[in-house]
Design a protein. Structure first.
Length: 1052
């Protein structure tokens, strides 16, 4: 016993020594942080006692310790200025840092979740609070209205789903208030908001506002910017609103406002007024002609009547004039465009008469003339002849006549010329604008031959010249137009044989040459045009045999297609005998009678069976995840055949009218004995995940109704159905009975959809704990609401991710076919396929039997073919080709064979947001096209460009850490000596991802990138697959690398 005591004492001594040594080391680290903090704040006198000494730093003023470790810093009234440095987090046990006198708090553009603390008013000295672009939920607390010094409050672009307090109206010093783009419960605009006499900006767009605009809003005399758009506001526009002398921007579009626009207008500082997409009646106020600063006027999609005031034509700053889809009559002000640099002129779908104004392009900035569906006439203005800025002319269905000005055909930027259904005469020019992609001149009186010279027609996608007086042969040069998808030359006087080289029409989908005088044989090559969907050669003088049409099924072969051609196949024209007809009728009537009897018997049997089953059904269980005002019976009554809108492997989907809630989508999953276990897992996965998710880009699960035999999942209804129905022709055909308008989604909408879907997946991967893998991302699981906002749906295959999961069944998706190991990068692959679908218009299974869309795209890139060749011809315009190409490349990167080489969803979202900079925190980027949502002219290039984020040499100041990524191997530029340099990275045959200031860009072969960096080393010693030694890159250093990512030059 006594022998063990010295050993015990020795162990005790060693342990005590080690702990004392550790405590001493930790103590020194904390003291070093405090001394560094003092130096960071430039050694204020109030911290002069923070000096190294034998005494513990726990005795220093303002420092509070627990167990010899800093837990509190109380630095009030210390006259400290400057920033709070990030190394403060090295105080590991710090729990209290007194920020009660904080004046500015900016947490914007992060991924914070939960609700705003109820005691936020403890920050009583706040003047600036910015929480925008996060994932906050719940109510905005009333305490936020008890911060008396608050001047700026940004809460937009969150997930608030409760209410906002009227106490905000008590913030007498408030100057800017933004709560836009949140999912608040339906709320009225509090009347006491009108007490905010100093408020300059009030932005509550897309926030579920209902009721009327308060009549006292005219008391907000400081108001400069009011945006209440995209809500459900009703009633009249208060007359006092147009009396606000400081008001510059007024956006009330996309509401349900009614009545007349106030006729007395004294808000003479207005620069933009958007009242579009409401139910406004009456006339356009004459007083609008007094608004000398007005640059944009949007009144489209209303019920306005009367004439356009002539005084509007004399406004000196007017650039955008959009009044389409109203009941306007009379003539257009003749001076429109004479006194201002008019850019957009949209008056279509009215009852306007007279001529187009002569001075439309007088300012040389006109982009579009959209005046179709009116009663306009006369000749086109001569000013259009030299209008080089012009991109779109759409004047169909009027009474225009005469020749088209020669210069209009060849306007350098002209992309669309649509002048159908008029009385124009003259001949087609030999050359047109090289930018022209859509030429529609049908139902006019054009004559002469169609002659094509040079390559000016090369970008033409649609050529419609039906019902004119053209003569001569179809020119051989037409077959050289590789982008041509629609060619309509029917109802002319064309003659001769068809061009021999028709196999060049690889993109052609619709060809109509009917009702001409064409002759000769139909080339056999017609049967092998890969994209041809519609062909009409009827009422011509063709001879010989009809060639085999591999794309045209025997069952749908229409004899009328060739009814006037000589030499049609004899067996197609023989008349059936009388005897055979009678025999056929007898057999047919017998079959019908037997069918009716069997149907009646089956119907009675099923009804009896259903009644018995219903009585035996176990009790239904109703679980709701949101506040609802409908019951189970509302749902049950809507489960009828006529309400069926879709079906899949797991059940049927119905559209049901829920009492007081509008339409909902009900997914019915019926349990069968053979598949109970599988369906139960699917059901539980959807319930557990969707019931707790709250995100604007995730389809909302409202409730579930279940018993042992059947389960019903009730979702919010998405008016525009799924993305695949808008992208792929076969899906469009399947849903042709739906109410959707099957026009091609333009590029701006597709980009909007890509961003929305990426935001939803980013939330699942990076904001949920544990992360969630969807497992079935595809275009049919991306649903679109009435404004084409994308929402991720169908979590039937989703499962909580714990590191890595295993896929129970291998999907048809190419990624799943290669591996059964699933993580977030599986969703990235699938999302990359969606990006490829958005940019090419092709389905995910596009390709030959050994490939798919992703592999096909990779092969196209590897063969260094032009990307422009694979972009969707329906929407490919010169103005957006670069953007589409960049997103196509992003899709290719997402489908990299190695998951480690794929970017994550947060990085993907940053790239797409670089292309779609809709919001900066607190206020919208002031591009009028964003506010307008104008469906007719939407060709301006986005301000944010993936290739435009290039740092200049004078931006080096303050730049410290940048990450540049090639494949999956990062290397970081660090700042050990605070010395900055400008370095250029040049690509040769490879592609490079670059992240600068949070914005990603992609460099292709031959592109350069300049970045301000410091003395550097490569943290992992790698770039791509090539090992690099640690090295310094000096001023203007240049890194070139070849396809194997080998450094070939690194010079100072």
């Amino acid at each position: 016993m006594s022998g063990k005591k010295p050993i015990f004492l020795l162990i005790h001594f060693l342990i005590r020594f080690l702990f004392q040594h550790a405590d001493s080391k930790f103590h020194d680290q904390e003291q070093a942080v405090l001394l560094r903090l003092k130096q960071h704040w430039q050694n204020p006198l109030s911290l002069e006692h923070w000096t190294p000494s034998n005494t513990s730093h726990c005795t220093w003023p303002g420092v509070v310790c627990t167990n010899n470790s800093i837990t509190q810093l109380l630095l009030d009234n210390k006259n400290i200025s400057g920033t709070i440095p990030p190394f403060l987090s090295d105080l590991k046990n710090l729990t209290v840092y007194d920020i009660s006198k904080l004046e500015i708090l900016d947490l914007s553009q992060n991924y914070f979740v939960g609700s705003i603390p109820d005691d936020i008013d403890s920050l009583s000295r706040l003047t600036y609070l910015n929480l925008c672009a996060n994932n906050f939920t719940g109510n905005i607390p009333a305490a936020i209205g008890r911060i008396p010094e608050l001047r700026i409050l940004y809460l937009n672009d969150n997930l608030f789903d409760g209410t906002f307090p009227p106490e905000i109206g008590n913030l007498s010093k408030l100057e800017q208030l933004t709560m836009a783009h949140n999912g608040f419960s339906p709320s009225r605009l509090p009347s006491n908001f009108t007490q905010l006499k100093k408020l300059k900006e009030l932005l509550i767009a897309g926030a579920n506002l209902i009721g009327e605009i308060p009549q006292m809003i005219g008391e907000m005399v400081a108001l400069e910017h009011l945006d209440l758009s995209s809500n459900e506001l009703t009633g009249n526009i208060p007359g006092s609103l147009f009396m606000l002398m400081n008001l510059r921007l007024l956006y009330l579009y996309r509401n349900s406002l009614s009545g007349e626009i106030p006729q007395v207008v004294e808000a003479l500082n207005l620069t933009f007024v958007d009242l579009s997409q409401n139910n406004l009646t009456g006339t356009i106020p004459v007083d609008f002609g007094k608004l000398d600063k007005l640059s944009g006027l949007h009144l489209f999609f209303n019920q306005l009547s009367g004439e356009i005031p002539e005084s509007i034509g004399r406004l000196p700053a007017l650039e955008i004039f959009s009044v389409f889809s109203n009941n306007l009559s009379g003539s257009i002000p003749p001076d429109l465009g004479r006194y201002s640099a008019l850019k957009t002129f949209e008056v279509c779908s009215n009852r306007l008469t007279g001529n187009l104004p002569e001075y439309l392009c007088h300012g040389g900035s006109l982009i579009g003339v959209v005046a179709f569906d009116n009663k306009l006439g006369g000749e086109l203005p001569k000013s259009l002849e030299n209008c080089s800025s012009l991109q779109i002319v759409r004047i169909s269905n009027n009474a225009f006549f005469g020749n088209i000005p020669v210069g209009l055909w060849t306007a350098s930027n002209l992309q669309q010329l649509m002048i159908n259904d008029n009385s124009f005469t003259g001949e087609l020019p030999n050359e047109v604008s090289t930018s022209l992609s859509r030429l529609e001149i049908s139902n006019n009186r054009f004559s002469g031959s169609i002659t094509i010279e040079g390559d000016s027609w090369r970008n033409l996608v649609v050529f419609n010249a039906s019902n004119n007086l053209f003569t001569g042969a179809i020119p051989q040069e037409l077959t050289t137009l590789r982008n041509l998808t629609v060619l309509l030359l029917d109802k002319n006087q064309l003659n001769g044989e068809l061009p021999s080289d028709i196999m060049s029409w690889k993109s052609l989908t619709i060809l109509n040459l009917s009702q001409n005088q064409l002759s000769g044989q139909i080339p056999e090559k017609f049967g092998f045009l890969p994209g041809l969907v519609t062909l009409d050669l009827s009422d011509n003088q063709f001879s010989g045999k009809i060639p085999p049409l591999t794309w045209f099924s025997e069952a749908s072969f229409s004899q009328s297609l060739f009814q006037s051609s000589h030499g049609a196949n004899p067996h197609r024209t023989q008349k059936p005998s009388k005897t055979s007809t009678q025999f056929l009728a007898l057999i047919l009537s017998s079959l019908i009678a037997a069918f009716l009897f069997a149907s009646l018997f089956a119907f009675i049997t099923i009804r009896v069976h259903r009644k018995i089953n219903h009585l035996l059904d176990p009790e239904w269980k109703f679980i709701h995840f949101h506040m609802l005002n409908f019951t189970e019976s509302d749902i049950f009554s809507g489960l009828k055949e006529r309400n069926l809108i879709g079906s899949g492997g797991s059940g049927q989907v119905y559209r049901v009218a829920a009492n007081g809630f509008g339409s909902v989508a009900v997914k019915r999953i019926s349990n069968h004995r053979n598949s109970d276990q599988k369906l139960e897992k699917e059901f539980l996965a959807e319930i557990e995940i969707l019931g707790t998710l709250r995100h604007l880009n995730i389809v909302k699960l409202l409730c579930c109704i279940s018993n042992d035999n059947s389960k019903l999942l009730v979702y919010e209804y998405m008016e525009n159905h799924s993305l695949d129905q808008w992208l792929h022709s076969e899906k469009k055909a399947e849903s042709s009975s739906a109410s959707m308008n099957h026009v091609a989604l333009d590029w701006s909408k597709r980009l909007q959809i890509a961003v929305g879907a990426a935001q939803g997946l980013c939330y699942l991967h990076h904001d949920c704990s544990p992360p969630i893998v969807h497992r079935d991302v595809k275009s049919s699981n991306i649903l679109l609401d009435s404004h084409f906002n994308a929402k991720i749906a169908d979590f039937g295959l989703a499962r909580m991710l714990v590191k890595q999961g295993e896929l129970a069944t291998v999907s048809a998706v190419a990624e799943y076919a290669q591996t059964v190991r699933v993580n977030e990068k599986t969703d990235v692959y699938s999302f990359g396929v969606v990006l490829l679908e958005l940019t090419t218009g092709k389905a995910a299974n596009h390709g030959d039997e050994d490939t798919c869309l992703a592999k096909w795209a990779w092969r196209h890139m590897q063969e260094e073919k032009p990307i422009v060749d694979v972009l969707d011809e329906e929407i490919k315009e010169p103005c957006c080709v670069d953007e589409m190409g960049d997103v196509f490349k992003l899709g290719v990167f997402c489908t990299s064979i190695s998951p480690s080489e794929r970017p994550n969803m947060k990085e993907i979202l940053q790239i797409l947001l670089g292309r779609n900079p809709r919001w900066v925190c607190g206020r919208k980027n002031m591009t009028h096209a964003e506010h307008a949502s104008t469906p007719l002219l939407n060709s301006s290039k986005s301000d944010g460009s993936l290739g435009s984020h290039i740092l200049k040499h004078d931006q080096c100041t303050g730049l410290k850490t940048k990450t540049i990524w090639n494949g999956a191997k990062p290397f970081k530029v660090i700042d050990p000596e605070n010395e900055f340099f400008l370095v250029q990275f040049s690509t040769m045959n490879d592609y490079l991802h670059v992240l600068v200031d949070g914005l990603w860009t992609i460099l292709g072969p031959g592109q350069n990138f300049q970045a301000c960096i410091t003395r550097t080393h490569y943290e992992d010693g790698v770039l791509g697959a090539f090992s690099l030694p640690c090295q310094l890159i000096g001023n203007m250093g240049k890194i070139d690398y070849n396809k194997n990512s080998k450094i070939t030059q690194a010079s100072n």
